[in-house]
Write a protein that binds this ligand. Structure first.
Ligand SMILES: NC(=O)c1ccc[n+]([C@@H]2O[C@H](COP(=O)([O-])OP(=O)(O)OC[C@H]3O[C@@H](n4cnc5c(N)ncnc54)[C@H](OP(=O)(O)O)[C@@H]3O)[C@@H](O)[C@H]2O)c1
Length: 416
């Protein structure tokens, strides 16, 4: 557990006792504080095998048995087995026992709770495509708490990253320990940012085992979520796709190196306008903008730097702390053109070719671009401003590629 009290939990769904035990050891080595033992995923002939698993555990555990899981619903007498497993977990004083809200009423909860000594009860609910408002979620949590839950867990389907906003608000205001877990790639930041908003625990997978969950290694080594707190500023890459980005590997260690309380996360965004309509808080302090949003980002900003305006694309947005306004910049242009110039100068020096220092090595050269999107605009503008002749190849002839007043283009269609 980190300084912020947040636990990192690895869910384990192995079929065998030995599989569960070896995954638990791996989870421990990768920095998990506890494991969720999904017993309904196991094939076991006798409950004594579950007893052995619990007794041999090497980390604190949540014991869960989902009656609605595919495997459990195939099994005969699953309700009886579920009750046996949960009762056993309470008798063995497992740290947490998880029960689905829908099935709490199937049991004599008082009789079950009499068995416990220090175990905490997690009451969980899968919202199954529902998108309840904050108020409805609040009522649901109260109901789940009244059924005996010490900790409440909500599993939410996420279609868009904006679906997470009510969850973050709920985590901030909820008086009961709350776990919010999400299904799907667009929910990834719920685990990365949960600790900032007061989530009780964050789930992390063993390498690549559960899509949409961060790995334990990334939670511990890249994001260091144990250092996150309510004041942590959130930065991210708005892009689609976004999984390829090396941004988190670069920015998070840099924040730590300079002693800045920030986190940089991948944000899988479908609609950038909607994203900025929903995420208006100062907590979301700055953004990189990637494929395919650089051009649409211009209209989302309150102010746009003249260079970005001329290019017609924004790749960096800062939320100004004084008034919350979004200010757009373009760093692609100078970064890419100077990188090309540096490489050419190095090559000229290695070849013994003398060049005037004050003239760009791309001046007068043919500069060929493949692609006419936001990044292409920045490169075309930069190359043109250095005196290159710019040629753009694009699959879609209709794309409007006029870049500012200095970079008018003439279209020539390639006949098949
Ligand atoms: N390393 C860096 O710092 C950096 C910085 C910026 C961008 N990038 C990379 O540069 C690339 C372009 O980014 P962007 O923001 O300009 O994206 P964008 O605005 O979406 O533009 C993408 C361009 O690629 C073309 N395109 C897409 N799929 C294609 C396909 N299957 N076949 C042929 N052409 C295709 C599009 O053509 P249409 O006009 O026909 O749609 C468009 O011209 C991305 O890979 C991005 O990750 C890297």
């Amino acid at each position: 557990m980190g300084g912020n009290g947040v636990l990192v939990c690895a869910p384990l769904e192995c079929e065998t006792l030995e599989g569960m035990l070896s995954s638990m050891d791996k989870a421990k080595a990768h920095g998990a504080d506890l494991v969720e033992l999904r017993v309904d995923a196991m094939s076991f002939a006798r409950v004594s095998e579950v007893e052995e698993l619990i007794r041999r555990r090497t980390l604190p555990a949540i014991v869960s048995f989902r009656l609605n899981s595919t495997r459990a619903s195939r099994r005969q007498n699953d309700k009886t087995t579920c009750l046996q497993v949960l009762r056993l977990a309470l008798e063995l004083d497992v740290e947490f026992v998880e029960m689905e809200h829908e099935v709490v009423s199937h049991f004599d909860i008082d009789e079950l709770m009499d068995k416990r000594s220090s175990s905490k009860l997690i009451v969980s609910r899968y919202l199954n495509g529902e998108k309840p408002c904050k108020e409805k979620l609040g009522n649901l949590i109260a109901l789940m708490q009244s059924s005996g839950g010490d900790v409440i867990k909500l599993l939410v389907d996420v279609d868009y990253i904006t679906d997470l906003a009510p969850i973050f608000q709920l985590l901030t205001t909820c008086q009961v320990p709350l776990i919010a877990t999400t299904a799907g790639d667009r929910g990834l930041i719920s685990q990365l940012l949960g600790p900032k908003f007061g989530g009780f625990l964050a789930y992390g997978s063993l390498e690549g085992v559960i899509p949409g969950l961060p790995t334990l290694t990334s939670l511990r080594q890249v994001y260091k979520i144990e250092h996150m707190n309510a004041d942590t500023k959130v930065f991210g890459l708005i892009s689609n796709p976004v999984g390829h980005s090396k941004g988190p590997l670069l920015h998070n260690p840099t924040f730590r190196y300079v002693g800045f309380n920030g986190i940089y996360v991948p944000m899988l965004v479908d609609d950038i306008k909607e994203f900025f309509r929903v995420y208006t808080s100062q907590d979301f302090a700055g953004f990189s903008v990637g494929i395919p949003h650089k051009e649409a980002a211009v209209a989302c900003c309150d102010e746009v730097h003249p260079l970005a305006k001329s290019i017609g694309a924004v790749n960096t947005i800062v939320r100004r702390p004084t008034d919350g306004k979004l200010i757009g910049y373009n760093t692609d242009c100078e970064a890419s053109i100077t990188a090309i110039e540096d490489a050419l100068r190095e090559r000229h020096a290695a070849n013994g070719q003398a060049r005037a220092i004050d003239t760009s090595p791309i001046a007068g050269k043919a500069f060929v671009l493949v692609g006419a999107g936001g990044a292409g605009r920045a490169l075309a503008f930069g190359a043109k401003s250095r005196g290159a002749r710019v040629f753009v190849f694009n699959r879609n002839f209709e794309t409007d590629f006029t870049v500012g007043s200095s970079c008018k283009c003439e279209k020539r269609e390639q006949k098949p």
